[in-house]
Design a protein around this ligand. Structure first.
Ligand SMILES: [Zn+2]
Length: 365
């Protein structure tokens, strides 16, 4: 138990530990990275490392996980995925604004470690929460060495909250450490960014996420592989995925490609392809997912043609194998290049209709 149990991001963890051993903990630390990457887990680990009672662990810039402080600073690993907490947040979103103002949301597993999470229907860090944070930051620790104030999703601070926090971010009391987390570092207000030391967390390797799932869930090996792949290197996301939905989307996409290939020679009808694409990509966010699935299938077809097993869609091998034998290299390469291009365009928010038409053209050609 200690920083070694954090999944991925060894360089970021190493710099955090150097700050601890050198006694140069920043006034404000900013942990930035995508949802589910482990920002809150790392913040909670830092809170334990700042307060651990074990000399050996301390000397190594680590925490023991077993002393009274470590145990009491329970890991609030991912409050967002925690069911109870999600319920609390949705109840608060429905509360009258005055009631919310009277009792600003804060979340604590230890009297000296307090997290502030976006609250209300707009999911914002409010000025009332900022005021409460400033008040709590002044208290002396009850049983810890340092009080740790965590602001989750700090990019969701409104301007009033941000302004009222500037001074404390720059000069917190010596007995208080401030940790901000952000899904997107560049969405933080520049005045906030300039007052903190950032640590950027990037996606973990799929094999690391698989190992994490093996330790933390009852998932089968096949489920772990799929979840790790779909999580894009974010362990927290991997835990909360609906794998049945994901599998169905994959089967549908593969069956569709098979039915297209079956009619090869008789040129597929463009309108028909367009309608099927629309069908697969029901809903606004789904197009990107469908394109990613098709891309992964085309990649697997390339592997199969080269006599290698599929890399991404192991479960679809029996469907994909005959398909790989039927389509030609040129089609596969063209499809893979264009899907790659399409993925990049979608990330830049290209026009959805144009993207759909492009996709239909690839598959019909
Ligand atoms: Zn400890």
């Amino acid at each position: 138990m200690g920083f070694d149990s954090f999944i991925g991001n060894a360089p970021a963890v190493a710099s955090l530990r150097r700050m601890l051993t050198a006694g140069r903990w920043p006034n404000s630390l900013i942990l930035a990275g995508p949802l589910g990457i482990g920002k809150h887990t790392l913040a909670s680990m830092a809170a334990r490392a700042l307060n651990c009672l074990d000399d050996e662990a301390l000397a190594a810039g680590d925490f023991c996980g077993m002393c009274a402080n470590c145990r009491r600073i329970a890991p609030v690993e991912s409050p967002e995925s925690d069911e109870e907490f999600a319920k609390l947040l949705s109840a608060r979103a429905k509360m009258r604004a005055e009631d919310r103002r009277e009792r600003p949301l804060m979340f604590s597993t230890h009297p000296d470690v307090i997290a502030f999470l976006p609250d209300g229907p707009l999911r914002q860090i409010s000025i009332d929460q900022a005021r409460l944070l400033k008040e709590h930051a002044q208290f002396l620790p009850a049983s810890a060495r340092r009080r740790v104030m965590i602001v989750d999703e700090a990019e969701r601070m409104d301007a009033a909250a941000a302004n009222s926090m500037l001074k404390i971010l720059e000069e917190p009391p010596e007995t208080t450490a401030l940790i901000l987390t952000a899904g997107n570092y560049y969405e933080l207000l520049p005045t906030i960014r300039s007052r903190g030391i950032p640590l950027h967390l990037s996606p973990a390797a799929e094999s690391d996420v698989e190992r994490f799932l093996a330790a933390r869930s009852e998932m089968s090996a096949a489920d772990r592989k799929l979840a790790a792949h779909l999580s894009e290197g974010c362990p927290g996301r991997a835990l909360g995925l609906d794998l049945e939905v994901a599998r169905k989307q994959r089967r549908d996409a593969a069956e569709w490609l098979v039915s297209l290939a079956a009619r090869a020679g008789a040129k597929p009808n463009y309108e028909d392809v367009m309608a099927r694409t629309e069908g697969l990509a029901r809903g606004e966010d789904n197009l990107e997912t469908v394109v990613a699935i098709l891309y992964s299938i085309v990649e697997d077809l390339l592997h199969l043609r080269a006599g290698r097993p599929p890399l991404r869609n192991v479960e679809l091998e029996s469907t994909l194998k005959p398909l790989a034998a039927r389509v030609d290299w040129a089609w596969l390469e063209r499809a893979s290049q264009r899907l790659d291009q399409l993925q990049r365009n979608l990330r830049r928010n290209a026009n959805r209709q144009l993207a759909l038409e492009g996709l239909a053209a690839i598959l019909a050609g």
